[in-house]
Design a protein around this ligand. Structure first.
Ligand code: NAD
Length: 459
């Protein structure tokens, strides 16, 4: 059996190994999930929710273990990692409450004729997840699928399989056999799994490129696809705001989790009146980040997940510099072990540079100075992605225009992160399709059955 080795991105040391799922095992897992599906579907929503709550209680006892595992395999500073695990647990608990309340509609067509729309489980749900927030993303998806009555075959990222494995083991302690299974590996395991003809729904979070290939497989198999892909999120910095506050927001958006968040700030369009003070403050923000190992007490920014991802970032930064961008901070791959990359600030970026058009997924604030809010809106709207955008402005008219005109699924006003826990998100353009989070995810993972009721004629 071939195994997948996982290395600590701080030190390069081996953290652990998992077996890689073969095509044969993919078939076996889907077959087992199909067999388990009818009985799980007939388990009452309240009973399914009770099992999830019990799993949640057991996971609460494992928060520190899971957080450490997630840090060891992905490099997240321990405090952030713990926050991610708790966010995933919070989502599980929310879905356990919401599942039994997931209700349909009725429509009265006549005195005695009624249309009833009720939700049913779709059947077998494949959950494929990325490495950048592995526990939170996987847990919320698995919980939503299970509580609506789907059985799940879960494939965590090949870069962070150990936390996924542990999650599945803890949930497996309370669930009936084969209701949740886990398989490991990269695209060679994920592709046949997501395209399997007996799968009913694929819940995917990851890059847009993989989302497109999964969409093609689902088009052939007929499975419903919920695809949460990548982004190239812009941040519009308007004149009239405090430049130091704006720089703090942008730095948070660009450098949190070493820039490895789907909704990281990746393109910054700053008004020319604000630009000098804003750039000074942004460079100061970059200088305040303490780059270090996930367990370092002073660490505020960990490494990239691995050197492969760091090479993508380095290539884009070098390309931008060669094309005329100016480096204000960072931009150099440090010597030594691990996959560290410093917080980097570039200005003079233009849309022909990869750093302004392709997802970077690293700690880079790429700035373009613009002459007006109109110009910022125009540039920000030109993207193949449509995940999210931030507008920092005290002008209500500008904010309203940004909300209406930006072709993205989520607009964040005056805060780069935040939003309600349990809030939904609907990516646009190349960033995916379907409501991947929030109560609406229960709809996506269920199927509507419509029943037309009429009275039989009396004899
Ligand atoms: P990725 O697309 O390389 O991999 C994601 C998952 O898909 C992994 O489990 C991988 O093994 C699997 N996979 C790879 N090729 C496959 C194939 N052909 N068929 C089926 N499965 C396949 O992405 P990644 O590098 O793990 O994650 C980073 C990406 O995830 C970034 O683009 C980021 O923006 C995105 N992301 C999006 C969201 C969101 O909610 N929109 C959240 C987090 C991360």
């Amino acid at each position: 059996m071939t195994t997948l080795d996982v290395h600590d991105p701080c030190t390069g040391e081996l953290v652990g190994s998992v077996p890689i799922g073969t095509t044969e095992q993919v078939d076996q897992a889907v077959e087992a999930a199909c067999r388990a599906a009818p009985s799980w579907a007939r388990t009452s929503p309240a009973d399914r929710a009770a099992l999830l709550k019990e799993a949640g209680r057991r996971l609460r006892e494992e928060v520190d273990t899971l957080a450490e595992l997630q840090s060891r395999e992905g490099g997240k500073p321990l405090g952030d990692s713990r926050g991610g695990v708790l966010a995933g647990l919070g989502a599980l608990e929310q879905y356990a409450e919401l599942g039994p309340l997931h209700r349909g509609h009725a429509l009265q067509g006549g005195w005695l004729s009624t249309d009833v729309m009720s939700w049913e489980p779709r059947g077998v749900c494949v959950v494929v997840t990325p490495w950048n927030d592995p526990v939170a993303i996987a847990l919320q998806a698995i919980a939503a699928a299970l509580v609506v009555g789907d059985t799940v075959v879960f494939k965590p990222s090949e870069r962070t399989p150990l936390s996924g494995q542990r999650l599945a083991e803890v949930l497996g302690e309370v669930l009936p056999p084969d209701v949740l299974q886990v398989l490991h590996g990269g695209g060679r395991t994920g592709a046949p799994l997501a395209a399997h003809p007996d799968v009913d729904v694929v819940y995917f979070v990851g890059s847009s490129e993989t989302a497109r290939s999964i969409a093609a497989g689902c088009a052939r198999s007929g499975a419903h696809a919920v695809l949460e892909g990548g982004g190239k999120d812009p941040c519009l910095v308007d004149t009239g705001v405090d430049p130091v506050w704006a720089a703090g927001q942008v730095a948070l958006g660009a450098f949190a989790n070493a820039g490895q968040i789907c909704t990281s700030v990746e393109r910054i369009y700053v008004h020319e009146q604000l630009a000098p003070a804003f750039l000074d403050a942004l460079v100061a923000e970059a200088g305040e980040r303490v780059l270090g190992c996930w367990d370092g007490p002073a660490t505020t920014m960990g490494p990239m997940v691995d050197r492969r991802q760091r090479a993508v970032v380095d290539r884009q930064v070098r390309g931008a510099l060669a094309a005329g961008a100016e480096l204000l901070a960072g931009g150099e791959v440090p010597d030594g072990p691990g996959a560290f990359y410093p917080p980097t600030v570039l200005t003079g970026c233009t849309e022909d540079m990869a750093i302004m058009s392709q997802e970077t997924f690293g700690p880079v604030a790429a700035v373009q100075v613009v002459g007006s809010f109109d110009a910022a809106l125009h540039c920000a709207s030109r993207s193949a992605y449509g995940l999210a955008a931030t507008v920092l402005s005290a002008d209500m008219g500008h904010v309203q225009r940004a909300v209406r005109e930006l072709p993205v699924g989520t607009v964040k006003v005056n805060a780069v992160f935040g939003g309600a826990p349990g809030g939904a998100a609907h990516p646009g353009r190349g960033s995916g399709q379907g409501l991947g989070y929030g109560p609406e995810l229960l709809d996506e993972l269920s199927r509507v059955k419509v029943v037309h009721w009429e009275p039989a004629p009396t004899g």
